[in-house]
Design a protein around this ligand. Structure first.
Ligand code: SF4
Length: 223
């Protein structure tokens, strides 16, 4: 019986190489301030990138700073982010997260998380309502350049289909598998390429398997 870890690491390495040859190996670039990234990622839940950007810009335009967002009536924050969808849910989450960051750190600052081991930093962020491992990992990887691997629906789907993780693996299981098996410098390019691949080729419905650079190693295709 082949060692499942060996299968996963071999596929992971091959997937990384093939996606990189297809799309390039994106270099890490800062996505900006970590508090901004946290707020933006909360806004991005269950909506498109366009709506997220619109809601974030509207929030920034409506208030002069994070303190004003914390002090504002929740209805005013809801109004400011309405274009992003689920505003009734997201506004209190944003206010609560900002309030706790300020209460615990005395400033709207998350840069200090870069000094913590990733597991501790992620555990600190996931205390907030509405912040799961995906959101926490995005903040850690994109803003703070820490070795955290965010798993969204595209990343999860491609990894499961190819067989990098079990076919029924949760997003957290996929995250743990990649973080255990892949070198940290792969996380950023692999994440970016998997999202692109999931959107353009390995769609939830009607994946374009015949044209896919992963089809030779894909368990789902072979089955
Ligand atoms: S072969 Fe098909 S199922 Fe497999 S990764 Fe490519 S598009 Fe997705």
């Amino acid at each position: 019986m082949p060692d499942p870890d060996l299968i996963h690491i071999t596929k992971l390495a091959e997937m990384y190489r093939r996606l990189g040859e297809r799309y390039g190996f994106p270099q890490w670039r800062s996505h900006g301030d970590a508090v901004d990234e946290l707020v933006m990622t909360i806004l991005s839940q269950n909506t498109s990138d366009v709506n997220t950007g619109r809601a974030f810009a509207s929030l920034k335009a409506a208030f002069p700073g994070w303190q004003a967002v914390v002090d504002a009536p929740t209805e005013a924050v809801i109004e400011a982010i309405r274009s992003g969808g689920l505003a009734n849910q997201k506004a209190p989450r944003i206010q609560n997260a900002l309030r706790r960051i300020l209460a615990e750190r005395g400033a709207f600052d998350l840069d200090w998380l870069a000094e913590l081991p990733v597991g501790e930093a992620r555990a600190w962020l996931t205390q907030f309502d509405g912040v799961g491992n995906k959101t926490a990992s995005i903040v850690l990887l994109f803003s703070l350049h820490r070795p955290a691997f965010p798993v969204d629906t595209h990343v999860q789907r491609v990894c499961r289909r190819v067989g990098v993780a079990p076919a029924n693996a949760s997003a957290d299981r996929v995250m743990a598998t990649v973080e255990e098996l892949a070198p940290a410098e792969w996380y950023y390019p692999l994440h970016i390429n998997l999202i692109r691949h999931g959107r353009e080729m390995c769609k939830a419905r009607n994946p374009r398997c015949e044209k896919c650079v992963l089809n030779e190693i894909c368990a789902w295709y072979r089955a």
